[in-house]
Structures are given as C-alpha cells and as structure tokens.
Design a protein around this ligand. Structure first.
Ligand SMILES: Cc1cc2nc3c(=O)[nH]c(=O)nc-3n(C[C@H](O)[C@H](O)[C@H](O)COP(=O)(O)O)c2cc1C
Length: 429
C-alpha cells in the first residue's frame, strides 16, 4: 500500500445500460443524451465523497452493435463535464482527450476553462486512441509508438500553454487600472515535429490548484509515458496478479523518472454487478448477457482454452488436463481456474458467469463481497484505488455509492468527508 486511503472515481458512461440493461422499463435509456443522466450520477457520487467522476471517450462509431445496444454513442465528454459545474461543488471532473486526434491549443483552452468554471476541479485523461483515424483525415492509424511520441509533445505543449498566461500575471487592480502584468504573459514559440504553437493561451491559469492528469494504456511505452507525468493511471487488470505486475512496472518507471511511486496512482476499472444477495447479482449479470448465444459462448470458450470444441459433447467434462493453454492470466484467469478445480461439463460452462466476464476486474455479488475484494487488492499493494464501472442496472451504481463506499469509509480505507474542494486536494488528502 503506497497510500493509506483509496482513490475512487465513478464512470459517467452509463455502463449499466450496456448489454440488455437498457431494455428494463426503468433503465432511463431515453435520457442517454441529456445532461440529467450525468447530473444524477455526479450528485450521487459527490454525496459519497468520491474523488472524481470520469468519462472515457472515443471519436468513432461502430454501427453494427447499435442494432442491440448504444455502444460508444455518447455526449462530448468535456461539454458533459461543463454541465455539472453548477450542480456539484466538490467532486473532480475528469474528461477524456485524444492526443492523436486533437490539437493542444484547443484542449489547453477547454480544460483550463473547465478548471475555472468548476473552481479547480478539472482533470484530463489522455488517450492515444485505438481507432477513428478516418474521421480526422488519416488513412492509416499511426503505430502505438508514434502515437505516444505525439502524446508526449502534446502534453508538453498543453502544459507550456497553461503557464504562458500565469496566474501571477492576472492583477485586476481597480486602483491602478492595471488588469494584467504583460511582462509575464509570454509566447511559448513551440516548434516540434507534430506541432508549431506560438501562444500565449487566451485564458489565464487558474490560481491555487493544478490540473491533475490521468492516462490509459497498457504497453511498455504507455506505462513509461504515464510514469513520467500522470497522476493517475486507468488500467485494465482483470486479476490481482496482473494488477500487481502493472503496479510494479509503474513504480519502477516512476523511480527511473525521479518520481515517487505513490504519485502515480494505479486505478483499474472495477466492473460491479451488485445486488442485495449474491443470487440477485448473479441473475442481473446473466440477464444482461442473455443475448450472447450458444455459438458466441463456444467461440469465447475456444479462445480462452485453446480447445477445438466443435464436436465436444454437451455433457462431456472439460478438465485441467484438457487445456491447450497453461497458466494463462488476465481476462480468462477465473474461467481457467474453474476448469482446473471443478472440471465442469461443456453445458455447465456455457452458463457460468466466468465465461462472460468483463475485460475489467469484476465483482458479481453483494456490497460486502466487493468490500472484501477491494480490501484484499488494496492491502496487497496491487491498486491505489479504482474507477467504478457498474453493470446490469442502475441499482449496481446506487449500491456502489450508497452501500459499498460507506463500508470502505467505515473500514478506514476511504474518506468520510471532503477535506478540500479541488481535484488536486482530493488526490493528496
Ligand atoms: C484501461 C484503458 C482505457 C482506455 N480508454 C480509452 C478511451 O476511453 N478512449 C480511447 O480512444 N482509447 C482508450 N484506450 C486506448 C489507449 O488510449 C491506447 O490507445 C491503447 O491502449 C494503446 O496503447 P497501449 O499500447 O499503451 O495500450 C484505453 C486503454 C486502456 C488500457
């Protein structure tokens, strides 16, 4: 454990409407593109004293999945955050920016604007993005390495722009009539391979609180990039071993860059299907995945086990000895463990939640189950907190905020009240 308390964010993407979740009568799907949906989540998250609300984002639309669910169709994340500023007063607002498809001047201005409007609560999640190049005039997606080279320059330009009209330059002195000390407002004259930016930025720096950054990416280059400058890393670690490994790599790279490991907070996504009982949570989980048919389930099982299941009898057992892959962790770890320990039949496996598990760390159970699991990961030093990604129904989000987070606070692992009112203050309290 690098810090005494967890850092917790809530995804503003209504993940509980994914799969079949949106089809429930009271799902609220008709409000998906309204400001109210995000407001409700943000108000509830602030009542639970969360560090921040967070919006992942992409710049492309996959059309085929729209037949069954809303996929990645969503509001613009920074505009959505701006709609929250007057309805909340403490919680951090972390928006997502693609460093591959945006321009740093626009982003520096938008995020500093959000920071002013929210009085120091903005944060930015930098993604290098996976798709969407054709929406920005690029016939090919640049390689992961090239995207990170640009991301690094992008970050540098944004930070220089934020300092180009420093808070100290803003005088607003009514007596002398001097509004700003223009000796301090300077061009940045950045000339790099990807950007040429003169500056200064046309909005001053917000005084008193810096703008924390988050990064999402899992390659060695991505980890190094995050360890150099990010305050938070949003990760994809479905099992504790991969989280421990990610935490260790971040610590090693942070030290190499002269930073303290505790300043790079590792926050994996945590997919929470919660119910008052385990049976209830399980039912919600299975109902959410009801349209994943037998053929899709078999295909998934083949991917996980390496087995050819075309002629496998439904009542035939699959045991550890059958597995064509060994010691495979990550997304399939729980499934393979189940095969090793129980040797279930094919038909049985096709109905097990382990088969349908998310790419994120996942808990299907009661708030106490989630409390136990989070405590275990935190105390083992695998995580510094998490980003809650509730699933199945809005009830999972409500139970996360009204039952799970208070339990974490009572266990001494989370704050009972806000001490400050900026994102930077929450991260350090
Ligand atoms: C946990 C996680 C979340 C991500 N979220 C987003 C996102 O919201 N939008 C996006 O365009 N890309 C997202 N990405 C993609 C990354 O920005 C990055 O392009 C990709 O992971 C490749 O970098 P890597 O090789 O370092 O993993 C995410 C990646 C990870 C691991």
């Amino acid at each position: 454990m690098l810090r005494p308390k967890l850092c917790i964010g809530m995804s503003l993407a209504p993940t509980w409407l994914s799969g079949e979740g949106w089809r429930a009568a009271d799902s609220g799907i008709d409000g998906l593109f309204t400001a109210e949906l995000g407001l409700d989540i943000a108000r509830r998250s602030e009542a639970a004293h969360l560090d921040f609300v967070f919006r992942p984002d992409t710049s492309f639309l996959m059309v085929e999945p729209l037949e069954q669910s809303f996929g990645f169709a969503s509001l613009d994340p920074t505009l959505q955050m701006a709609a929250l500023v007057h309805e909340t007063s403490k919680i951090g607002l972390v928006t997502t920016v693609s460093t591959t498809f945006s321009h740093p001047y626009t982003i520096a201005r938008q995020i500093m604007s959000l920071h002013w409007m929210s009085r120091g609560r903005a944060g930015w999640n930098m993604v290098t993005a996976l798709q969407g190049n054709r929406n920005f005039g690029l016939t090919q997606m640049p390689s992961s390495e090239d995207r990170y080279v640009r991301a690094w320059e992008f970050t540098e330009v944004v930070e220089k722009l934020w300092r180009s009209f420093p808070a100290e330059a803003l005088l607003a002195d009514r007596d002398t009539g001097r509004y700003a000390d223009t000796d301090l407002v300077l061009p940045i004259d950045h000339q790099g391979p990807a950007f040429e930016v003169e500056g200064p930025l046309n909005i001053p720096e917000f005084p008193g609180a810096r703008i924390p950054s988050m990064q999402a990416g899992g390659s060695a280059v991505g980890i190094d990039y995050a360890a150099r400058s990010a305050d938070m890393v949003f990760g994809l670690t479905p099992d504790m071993e991969s989280a421990l490994s990610m935490r260790a790599q971040l610590s090693e790279r942070a030290r190499a860059h002269g930073r303290a490991p505790r300043d790079v907070r590792f926050l994996p996504g945590l997919n929470l299907y919660l119910g008052d009982t385990r049976a209830q949570a399980y039912d919600v989980f299975m109902a959410t995945h009801a349209r994943v048919d037998r053929a899709q389930r078999i295909e998934r099982l083949q991917r996980a086990t390496g087995l050819d299941l075309a002629n496998w009898p439904g009542d035939g057992r699959i045991t550890g000895a059958d597995l064509a892959v060994a010691g495979r962790g990550g997304q399939y770890a729980k499934l393979l463990q189940l095969i090793e320990t129980e040797g279930p039949t094919l038909n049985d496996l096709l109905t097990r939640p382990e088969l349908l598990a998310a790419i994120h760390w996942q808990v299907i159970g009661t708030p106490d189950d989630a409390l136990h699991e989070i405590t275990r990961w935190f105390e083992s030093g695998a995580i510094d907190g998490f980003v809650a990604v509730p699933g199945g129904s809005a009830r999972s989000m409500h139970l996360t905020l009204e039952e799970l987070v208070p339990r974490l606070a009572r266990a001494g692992l989370y704050r009972k009240a806000y001490l400050g009112s900026t994102l930077a203050a929450h991260l350090d309290d």
